[in-house]
Design a protein. Structure first.
Ligand SMILES: [Zn+2]
Length: 323
């Protein structure tokens, strides 16, 4: 059985072959904020890997993958420490909330590295950054399209300008096993978990598969295989299975947001190749009059698209990866 611990995983000393689970109470003013974690120590001391899911609480494949892995990862199969956080944003998971934390309406994955004196979500981000990501040698964050998003699987890492961190982040992204790889510049994306991690010196990646409020076995399997590949690439695991070869990278990502609140009707699908000038979709008002026709600024591949009919001003409506 697991020991039950209150506190942070890295407050504990290394114990070979141990599997410990605990809850960190993030400091929030009068509002309970618990972060459940599982720490598994390998056969000998070494590097540490932290994997989170549920930063967006309704993105389920990563949550299912980590809950499963917490009971099945064999401590004799690796060295060092693996910390799993299956549901980083418990209130969003329990509330089945898309994009934001119900308590304060903020997007946790725009709030890193957070603040100890900020809103609920900023405090949660701060605790995740300080107690989980900063002490780790590598960090993986698992996402999917949200409740109302269709998504083509992709991996992202952040270019910080620090060669050691960037080289490792790139290696992790390329080994993960998802073909579409999109490096993010840090500018303007500082609030994302993997960007903030890399800026803080922890090599990191973001992996995305599935969406629309469901989880499928093959998506869970891709995440579990990806974590295995990361363990090999960090040198924590010495099994001899081959790591996927390097992939071609996209050069960036055009991120489209809605200019108005109203009805959104997409005209592209996730995974579709889009040409410059092609109509991505239309936004109309509540009387059916088109108020905005959204066209592609550049050609590329659609990696996510909003599937809800309802759209609010500034909502993300589509992302197109640029060759
Ligand atoms: Zn997400």
């Amino acid at each position: 059985m697991f020991d039950r611990i209150i506190g942070a995983p890295f407050d504990r000393s290394f114990t070979p072959g141990s599997r410990r689970c605990g809850i960190l109470h993030a400091g929030t003013q009068g509002q309970p904020c618990e972060i459940p974690w599982i720490r598994i120590d390998g056969r000998a001391d070494g590097r540490s890997l932290v994997v989170t899911a549920g930063v967006h609480g309704a993105e389920y494949p990563g949550i299912e993958a980590l809950v499963r892995l917490s009971g099945t990862l064999d401590p004799t199969s690796f060295t060092g420490t693996v910390v799993l956080v299956p549901i980083a944003n418990l209130s969003a998971f329990e509330g089945r909330s898309a994009f934001v934390t119900p308590v304060d309406g903020r997007n946790l994955n725009r709030s890193f590295p957070g603040s100890p004196d900020g809103s609920y979500t900023e405090r949660l981000a701060h605790s995740l950054s300080e107690e989980f990501v900063s002490p780790a040698d590598a960090y993986v964050d698992l996402h999917s399209g949200d409740l109302v998003e269709a998504l083509h699987p992709f991996v992202s890492y952040c270019m910080t300008g620090h060669t050691d961190v960037d080289t490792m982040s790139r290696s992790l992204a390329h080994c993960f096993g998802i073909e579409t790889i999109i490096p993010f510049a840090s500018k303007g994306r500082e609030g994302l978990s993997h960007v903030a991690a890399a800026l803080g010196g922890t090599p990191s990646l973001l992996a995305e598969i599935g969406g629309q409020g469901v989880w499928r076995e093959h998506e869970v399997a891709v995440f579990l295989a990806g974590i295995s590949n990361v363990l090999r690439t960090t040198g924590m695991s010495d099994d001899t299975l081959p790591v996927p070869p390097p992939r071609d990278e996209y050069s960036g990502l055009d991120w489209y947001t809605s200019a108005a609140t109203g009805l959104w009707r997409p005209q592209i699908s996730a995974g579709e190749i889009v040409v410059k000038g092609q109509t991505i979709g239309t936004v109309s008002d509540y009387f059916g009059d088109t108020v905005k026709l959204v066209a592609a600024d550049h050609g590329g591949m659609c990696i996510f698209v909003l599937t809800a009919l309802s759209v609010r001003k500034d909502d993300a409506i589509a992302g197109i990866a640029l060759p």
